[in-house]
Design a protein around this ligand. Structure first.
Ligand code: LLP
Length: 377
């Protein structure tokens, strides 16, 4: 399991924060730094970029800039947010997908490293890119990840240029005087098998040999954190060993990565309070004051988040609950079949591992507040 900062002395602080107001997202910056330092042990990796889509809180972006990370952004909004917080020497990647022409035109006026992932921009807007250096995102024909909706390669996915179209892309690039300086692949999110990134590096390197102008290979993010107690943590030293092996074969390329979730997931918790309870058929529902409007991952991906009754630490877990929010959807379930201490109205409920893809995916649905963010340092 990942680090669980909220067990122990932080509990009193969390109870006090919840007493003031719920729902609330709370982020623990030392945990972000700890995860950053774990990844900095990857000796084979030349540059690490934080995929800001996972959590765009300025304190988190600032902490990761201090740790020496670059940033991977997918929209002009993300690029602007990061640019306003870090100095000009910090590397910024811009990896849009099906973005409008204006986004590319805008990006080319800035200092970002731009990644294309289709023939279309080169075919239709080729003059925009004349004389420029770009990276190219490839679809290596397969996807990986914790749920089919987060697999970003293979026939079901909209991302990346299929390798079969590489020659056509290179011809167009040549015609417009565009240099392909980087190759990129990101197969999906929530991957716990370290071998996968070695394969990606090897495949990209052998394609880079054909191209000639490539100097760096970005093997994506996707580093998972164990969610369910049955899952094993990603072994960073094993990942480094795998990467060093392939890099020994192709040492001429810089190796870049762009993790999001790994850096921030465990740093965040969502606090809510018990509202009502209901017995219905065989099921007992425990209502809390926020749901899919704050955290959509359980509904969208059947994601499992640990749920704890912070007010009843140490009490026997004796009641099987369906933990639900107040939103007008049957799918507004935060946790199914959770054995917890018998709860009462007002108890503080903690939903763990919500630092990644939590608040950034929240919505104003039903016009319920999805929760203010608080940072602990
Ligand atoms: N690079 C690219 C090009 C990406 O598309 C992503 C994530 C990342 C890096 C960072 O992936 P990470 O290291 O965080 O796995 N909302 C989903 C995850 C969607 C990920 C989208 N792309 C979830 O809550 O599980």
């Amino acid at each position: 399991r990942g680090p669980v900062w909220w067990q122990g002395p932080a509990r009193a602080r969390l109870l006090a924060l919840a007493a003031e107001q719920t729902p609330r997202y709370v982020y623990h910056l030392p945990t972000v730094r700890e995860q950053a330092r774990r990844l900095k042990r990857l000796s084979a990796v030349d540059r690490l970029h934080y995929a800001v889509k996972a959590n765009t809180h300025p304190a988190i972006i600032g902490a990761l800039a201090e740790e020496g990370f670059g940033f991977e952004c997918v929209s002009p909004g993300e690029v602007r947010a990061v640019s306003g917080l870090v100095d000009e020497t910090v590397p910024l990647l811009f990896t849009p997908n099906f973005a409008p022409r204006e986004d590319y035109a805008w990006a080319l006026q800035t200092r970002v490293t731009l990644t294309l992932d289709a023939l279309y921009p080169m075919e239709h807007w080729g003059e925009l890119f004349r004389g420029r250096e770009i990276a190219l995102r490839l679809d290596l024909g397969r996807g990986l990840g914790h749920h089919e909706k987060v697999r970003t390669g293979g026939s079901g996915s909209k991302f990346g240029l299929p390798v079969a179209q590489l020659d056509s892309f290179l011809k167009l690039a040549d015609a417009h005087g565009v240099t392909v300086r980087g190759l990129h692949a990101h197969l999906g999110s929530g991957i716990l098998d370290p071998g996968h990134w070695g394969e990606v590096y090897g495949q990209l390197a052998s394609l880079a040999e054909r191209i000639g102008s490539v100097s760096y290979l970005d093997i994506g993010g996707g580093l998972g954190v164990p969610a369910h107690p049955d899952e094993m943590a990603l072994d960073i030293d094993a990942l480094d060993a795998v990467l060093r092996q392939v890099k020994a074969v192709y040492p001429q390329y810089q190796l870049w990565m762009e993790p999001g979730r790994y850096l921030v997931a465990d740093s965040g918790v969502l606090l809510a309070k018990v509202t009502q309870q209901k017995g219905k058929g065989a099921l007992r529902y425990l209502g809390v004051d926020t749901g899919m409007n704050s955290l959509i991952r359980p509904m969208l991906y059947d994601a499992w988040h640990e749920i704890v009754n912070l007010s009843r630490e140490g009490e026997v877990a004796e009641t099987l609950y369906q933990v639900v929010g107040p939103i007008c959807e049957t799918g507004d379930v935060l946790g199914q079949d959770r054995l917890l201490p018998s709860a009462e109205e007002g108890d503080v409920i903690l939903i763990a591992q919500t630092g990644a893809y939590g608040k950034v995916m929240a919505s104003p649905y039903n016009l319920r507040d999805s929760g203010e963010e608080v940072v602990l340092d």
